[in-house]
Design a binder for this molecule. Sequence first.
Ligand SMILES: Nc1nc2c(c(=O)[nH]1)N[C@H]1C(S)=C(S)[C@@H](COP(=O)(O)O)O[C@H]1N2
Ligand SMILES: [Mo]
Length: 519
Amino acid sequence: MKKARWWAAAGGVAAGAAGVVTGELIAAIWSPLLSPVTALGGAVIDATPPPVKDLAILLFGTADKAVLIICIALVAGLLAAVAGVLEYRRKGTGLLLAALAGVAGFAAVVTRAQSTPNAAVAPVAAAALTMVLLRVLCRHLAAWAPSTAPSTSTTPEPAPELTSPARRGFLQAIAVTGLAAAVAGGVTAVLRRATAAAADFRRGLALPAPSTAPQPVPAGAALDVDGLLPLITPNPDFYRIDTALTIPAINPPEWKLKVTGMVDREIEIDFATLLAKPMTARHVTIACVSNEVGGGLIGNALWLGWPVRELLAMAGPKAGADMVLSRSSDGWTASTPLEALTDGRDALLAVGMNGEPLPLEHGFPVRMVVPGLYGFVSATKWLVELKVTRFADDIAYWTPRGWSDHGPIKTQSRIDVPRAGRTAKAGTVQFGGVAWAQHRGIERVELRVNRGPWQRAVLAPGISRDTWYQWQLGIDLTPGEYEIQVRATDATGTPQTETRAPVAPDGATGFHTITVRVA
Ligand SMILES: Nc1nc2c(c(=O)[nH]1)N[C@H]1C(S)=C(S)[C@@H](COP(=O)(O)O)O[C@H]1N2
Ligand SMILES: [Mo]
């Protein structure tokens, strides 16, 4: 039946639309700065020769982006229709086309400058869903109108039974698919509107220059060892941890920070007032309590912000208060010792990260950064309230869930070079990595081979005691397999704990241990 081909095309379009829209929805929730469609659009723009670009701007003016999206939608729709027909004719061929489209989306996403690991999920999910729906729809269609090889059959195709259950099955399947696509599209549009407002404001935001300049990075702080991670972590590579299913989108003109609780006067400041305060720039390495020994949930950035102690001083904490419960716009809370916010360390109401406004996923427009404390008790993103209180009276998000109410960062060290399990060349094998004990500083890093004597590594100067330090050591090794361990000693002279402890309730301990094969 000829009409079946049209139905197959329609099925392809429905499956493709549901897949693409679901991908956009996942991106809106999970990686709001980069969706598969915007990534493809960006890739197309980059690949367009300048004369064509100029022509497009001449023809469409500021509508050029909308025209591009419409073109992408038309091409995608056409491809989806073809995929539907192919899949109906021959099982697997339409799926292959959908998979190829998924690969294109994936490639576009991962090669964009603003790409993050999160962003790669959406195109994969979109392609997978499209393939599943395509197969389901084609199965229903085949039950209703079995496809026949075009020329091998001499008998005319039997006329499809218009009221058959198979027909109803197909029409229901295609209707449900279309409806799901429409609902997902609606939700995406709502999320996008909020995110777009925040993202637009962020793009246009010029951060003030710091009144208190950052500590200079000492010469030699970044060691020249192949494979070491950068001393300052670029924003796209910065680890992200939070409980937010959708990244809160806060438009700064609507943002306020309240100071409440045990204070002489409750106060409230808005974003413009905050930005007008004298800003401090500081390198601080923040870390997650859930970081396993040797793990990557740690990053070092240059933060720009107003010291929390100044805002607290304006409110006047009452005697007896010992904790500040900071709250995010989505209700998450952290319990920070009042002392850590007032003892002169650079605890900041941060608005900038590595020279740009905070990325949305890192707490735009304002977050806390407190040197020396794990993020779960200090680094509140999308900050909206500071409640001055007592540990005896208030409880933070993670505390009833098996985690401590206090969280000073434990001294730790990590071997990044050579990668675990790699084979090294016999001779002098280069080892390198990082060590951290925020707000105490690192005095020494040592390595040992097969539990032999500790050998002192070259320790690079840290930017400050609030940041991590790089280290390196060359060790002569003959062919064989070795166990290498690292240990750091903080600047108070206390070596890191050898006893292994799990991440809960207040941070892992133990020596990072790797096996190196030397050949
Ligand atoms: N609003 C909010 N802020 C939060 C969290 C959260 O779940 N919600 N998680 C905290 C934890 S556990 C850590 S380790 C840091 C991580 O900050 P990052 O995602 O910018 O690296 O944010 C902290 N701030
Ligand atoms: Mo964390």
